[in-house]
Ligand binder design. Sequence first.
Ligand SMILES: Nc1ccn([C@@H]2O[C@H](COP(=O)(O)OP(=O)(O)OP(=O)(O)O)[C@@H](O)[C@H]2O)c(=O)n1
Ligand SMILES: [Mg+2]
Length: 398
Amino acid sequence: MKIDNLPEVFTAALPVLKKINEAGYEAYFVGGSVRDLLLKRHIHDVDIATSAYPAEIKQIFEKTIDTGIKHGTVTVLYGGESYEITTFRTESGYQDFRRPDHVTFVQNLSEDLKRRDFTINALAMNVDGNIVDHFDGLGDLDKRLIRAVGKAENRFHEDALRMMRAVRFMSQLQFTLEPETEQAISDNHELLSKISVERIRDEFVKMGIAPGSQKAFQIFLDTGLFEEVPGFKGKKENLALYPQLNFSPTTEANLWALMIILLKLPNEKIAHFMRIWKNSNAMERQVADIVGFFDLISSRAPNNYDLYKAGLRTIVSTIDLANILGQPINGRALVDRYEALPIKDSHDLVVDGHFLLKNGIPAGPRVGLLLEEIKKAVLEGIVSNNEEAITEYIALNN
Ligand SMILES: Nc1ccn([C@@H]2O[C@H](COP(=O)(O)OP(=O)(O)OP(=O)(O)O)[C@@H](O)[C@H]2O)c(=O)n1
Ligand SMILES: [Mg+2]
């Protein structure tokens, strides 16, 4: 198979391949970029595999960075872009079912492709647009199948994270999982416990926020993978609701909020849950805000002060969340009400602490409390947001 009319991301990189070829070495586009090209998906970056050693690549190009020398990868800067160029290699000396610390370089492309995870990721393309396909990756792209290269179990022993990658690609590409590959995940799911939480989290999030996440999540449950990730063990019944959802969350924050709701975690356990997944403090706060506002609107109609405190981002996320969960909610009305609020944050209030002090309120905690009271009154339309009205309000309420 030969591809003509390559997209710009590839044509921009052609001189890089040509330079390597001219120096007497082989060079190919490999991995996700070739897969996404054939699927007509957006291509974020192109990876290059070569028969040249890293030292040789560094001689060919003026500007290089040693990004992953011990894995055989050199980053080349060319024409304002950067390219990861990796010497043909096989992964050897596996320890603990994680990616190896060292690699063995191999002489030909075919040895390199053999150690890749899935057939659709084991495609290569040369400068002329000719596709190299040793494992019928093209057939699997047509059949929309995720299938391990060779014996699935071997691939998962090399890197157990690949089991999460399988469900992640299912979700992103809306592919099905080939039965033998699925069986190998079921048989080996415990190996996932050897993998760092950060790496699992990245795959889990990619799976969760992609369009095929309900089907992928079902496999994540059926194969037992879910038992090896933080906070999910023994929670199959709760998690079984996920595949029934109307659609997938589109943001990471909403994915976590959804998990917290499905797991029925009480408020005091949210921070712990977010931390065992090694989430950032910012993500933890964002998710707590969404879950908090979701609980609020599930129990009563929010008043203006509730909307003000939640803020637009949380309101919009929570509306999406309610939709995903199939809970009826008039989102448009909430957003309209928010937009109509007389103040959106404390800077919008015409008075501040200094103003209160100048107007005879003694310094102390009362200042903050009174400001909050004024805010509420302004938000509820009891007082207009101008100095005169507020001064009058203070006089009446003090
Ligand atoms: N655990 C892994 C990770 C990567 N790869 C190989 O390395 C390529 C590049 O890896 P990566 O960028 O992580 O994945 P992509 O397939 O490119 O997917 P994405 O679009 O998410 O980058 C993959 O296509 C695959 O051939 C692998 O075999 N096993
Ligand atoms: Mg990639």
